[in-house]
Design a binder for this molecule. Structure first.
Ligand SMILES: Nc1ncnc2c1ncn2[C@@H]1O[C@H](COP(=O)(O)OP(=O)(O)OP(=O)(O)O)[C@@H](O)[C@H]1O
Ligand SMILES: [Mg+2]
Length: 387
């Protein structure tokens, strides 16, 4: 008997503890029976819904607080996830629905519902819920901020790609202009060369003929002869200079004998000027190949500039031009054993820039392989030009 009393008071104390726990919880907590009627609700829950606990007890909770979706469309009880879950003896956790207050307003809620069991039998469900208005607001603000960020990134990316496109167009324009300038310059050189050849060359030849005529008639006057010989000598030197200038303006050998002979002549000239041992290697299969006028002039000018650089900067003892075939690509490399150089990532000096531009204008690619103290190799690769 005493034992029972003790049991009872223990039970009552336990119930009191539970009540206190429920009342003190910040979350709303209510229980429903199998028909969905409220069998208890804590203070926080009732307050969140705008009722007193007594007003809620015995009421069907679905019709009271869970009857409609956020857009006010009705939620039939057979769609209610709380009911579904506990009818199947399962729990559920939901955070995309609203609960309705007494004043007809709704708030976004997160709720969890678990079945109440008496032994094996489900006798109802306990539901905990919280008002997640703040969380949703923060989420929405975050989404807006994120969308804004994405919009700005997209805007900036679009701006950058437009700028990039404009830059590329400007660069292409400059390339075309540079190629055009090169061909205009070559035409002008050819024009000047023609004029010099026709006017100056013809005049010098005529002058030499006249002097020779005079010489034949004055062979008894040694003093006069000496002067005429001196004048003939000056004429011959002037002819030599004119020929050199002509050759520089428009390498005639390029027109007459083709690229390979012209390149060989260039190397011979370099060697003749002294100091450098030059070699030229070109296999017969490559030697037979003609590239067309434009390309041949470009290759000639590139090699000319490379050789000028070797003479001016390399302090080399030896320079070699090697032409070879790589499948259908033609590779022309000029190697020197001079002081080498630090190769700039982007050439800015006009000699190197001009070589790159000329190479690009004829569909080729120029590369420089060098390091201080290790000599220099300048390679020009022309893809697909060999038959
Ligand atoms: N074969 C080489 N060996 C060592 N250094 C070289 C060689 N070729 C080029 N250089 C270096 O690269 C620099 C740039 O060459 P680039 O032809 O552009 O200009 P430049 O010869 O100085 O002047 P420009 O060609 O306009 O008259 C040279 O000043 C030189 O320092
Ligand atoms: Mg140079």
């Amino acid at each position: 008997m005493f034992a029972d009393l003790h049991q009872l008071s223990h039970h009552a104390a336990w119930r009191r503890q539970l009540e206190m726990l429920l009342e003190s919880a910040g979350e709303g907590i209510y229980g429903i029976d199998l028909r969905g009627r409220c069998i208890f609700i804590n203070r926080a829950g009732a307050e969140m819904l705008g009722y007193s606990a007594d007003e809620v007890l015995g009421r069907n909770m679905h019709y009271l607080i869970h009857h409609s979706h956020a857009d006010a469309a009705l939620m039939p009880v057979h769609d209610c996830r709380i009911f579904k879950a506990f009818k199947e003896g399962q729990g559920c956790r939901v955070e995309d629905e609203v609960l309705w207050r007494r004043d007809g307003s709704a708030f976004p809620a997160e709720y969890a519902s678990y079945p109440i069991r008496d032994g094996e039998t489900v006798v109802g469900a306990v539901v905990t819920f919280t008002d997640i208005t703040e969380r949703k607001r923060t989420q929405a603000a975050l989404q807006v901020a994120h969308a804004e960020l994405e919009r700005r990134v997209a805007e900036r990316t679009a701006e950058l790609s437009t700028a990039n496109l404009q830059l590329r167009q400007a660069r292409d324009g400059l390339r075309r202009l540079s190629a055009h300038m090169n061909s205009v310059r070559e035409e002008e050189r050819a024009h000047i060369a023609r004029d010099i050849h026709d006017d100056l060359g013809a005049s010098l030849t005529a002058m030499q003929l006249e002097l020779n005529w005079l010489r034949q008639r004055l062979d008894q006057q040694p003093e006069m002869l000496a002067h005429i010989d001196a004048a003939l000598e000056i004429g011959a030197t002037a002819m030599g200079a004119v020929r050199r200038i002509l050759n520089d303006l428009r390498p005639g050998v390029l027109d007459h004998l083709g690229l390979w002979a012209a390149l060989e002549c260039l190397l011979q000239d370099v060697q003749a000027r002294g100091g450098l041992r030059c070699s030229f290697v070109c296999p017969p299969a490559v030697e037979r190949c003609r590239l067309g006028r434009e390309a041949e002039i470009a290759v000639y000018r590139i090699v000319q500039e490379v050789l000028t650089n070797v003479q001016r900067h390399a302090g080399a003892g030896r320079v070699a031009l090697l032409a070879r075939a790589l499948d259908r690509d033609l590779v022309i490399a000029v190697e020197d054993d001079g002081c080498g150089m630090r190769v700039p990532a982007q050439p800015t000096s006009f000699g190197l820039l001009g070589m790159h531009e000329r190479a690009r204008a004829i569909g080729g690619e120029l590369s420089i392989d060098s390091e201080p103290g290790r000599g220099t190799v300048v390679s020009l690769r022309l893809p697909g030009v060999l038959a």
